[in-house]
Design a protein around this ligand. Structure first.
Ligand SMILES: [Zn+2]
Length: 291
């Protein structure tokens, strides 16, 4: 089972964020585009609501994969019919591709919710331990309803230092972390990359937005872009549940500076990293490097 092939580096779940979903997208795209779906097996019917397992399987059968794209943390597989197959991995979802039936990962396993078999006998498994993830068939004309509520992509031209400054002016009393993690303001940032970007910028995540001056905001903007780009390059952060589409872990764990490092010495100043609860989420920072 892929999860247990990973070393338990860090004892908390990491929800897939932008770099993890983007890694899966980049890996799946060349593997899936052009393939035709032969068979779909739904092992946990709630994964595909509002459709029934039978409706879902029937609509997918015979469909060809046209493209694999991403918006925020949502993976969008465009089909030859007027639909897209959309996945949200939520907390513990995994999409694992196997080129042949009966590969080395012993899939399906007890956490497999959905199996898609292609006409060349390759398979895509959707595993989800906590069962919060979902797969939906969305009509092309409804896709915008699903993706419009999200703020701009942080790696797009729309996300500028000026844009971040405007957000901080609009919500002066919110904390920096609260703004960074609000999906309607910026898409795809979660707990790991909000904490890591704040460390890189030397900014306390629990500071109120109005207390940041322009250079600090600019530094934070640069840090967000840098941390996301590096993580995509390293194929994401694997702690307990995220694995790449091949079932292998991502390599960003070695680059984490504060996330999951509570009590460990800061990599810059040796002061123990502090972990607090902020907005119900574990929040990590260096009390000396971050102000
Ligand atoms: Zn430090």
């Amino acid at each position: 089972m892929p999860e247990f092939r990973l070393r338990p580096w860090i004892s908390c779940y990491n929800m897939p964020e932008l770099p993890e979903v983007e890694t899966i997208r980049r890996e799946l795209s060349p593997l899936l585009v052009g393939k035709q779906i032969a068979k779909v097996k739904v092992l946990w019917p709630k994964t595909v609501v509002p459709l029934t397992s039978k409706q879902f399987s029937t609509k997918l059968r015979g469909q060809q994969i046209v493209s694999v794209t991403r918006r925020a943390k949502i993976l969008i597989i465009k089909l030859s019919g007027p639909w897209s197959l959309v996945f949200h991995l939520k907390m513990t979802g995994q999409l694992i591709y196997q080129p042949t039936i009966g590969g080395t990962d012993n899939l399906p396993n007890q956490f497999t919710r959905l199996v898609i078999t292609f006409t060349d006998a390759s398979q895509l498994f959707f595993n989800d331990l906590r069962k919060f993830g979902w797969a939906r068939l969305v009509l092309d004309e409804h896709l915008a309803l699903l993706t419009n509520p999200y703020g701009p992509e942080p790696l797009s031209a729309k996300f500028t230092a000026h844009f971040l400054q405007e957000l901080f002016l609009r919500y002066p009393n919110r904390t920096v972390k609260q703004i960074l993690m609000d999906q309607s303001l910026i898409a795809g940032l979660g707990n790991i990359y909000a904490d890591e970007a704040c460390f890189l910028a030397g900014v306390l995540p629990i500071r109120q937005a109005k207390t940041l001056n322009r250079p600090q905001t600019e530094k934070l903007h640069q840090a967000i872009v840098a941390v996301l780009k590096l993580s995509i390059k390293k194929k994401g952060t694997s702690t307990r549940n995220y694995v790449r589409s091949s079932g292998r872990p991502g390599g960003f764990v070695a680059h984490l500076k504060v996330y999951g490092q509570a009590k460990a010495p800061c990599k810059v100043c040796q002061t123990p990293i502090i972990k607090i609860k902020h907005l119900g989420r574990g929040t990590h920072y260096c009390p000396r490097c971050q102000q």
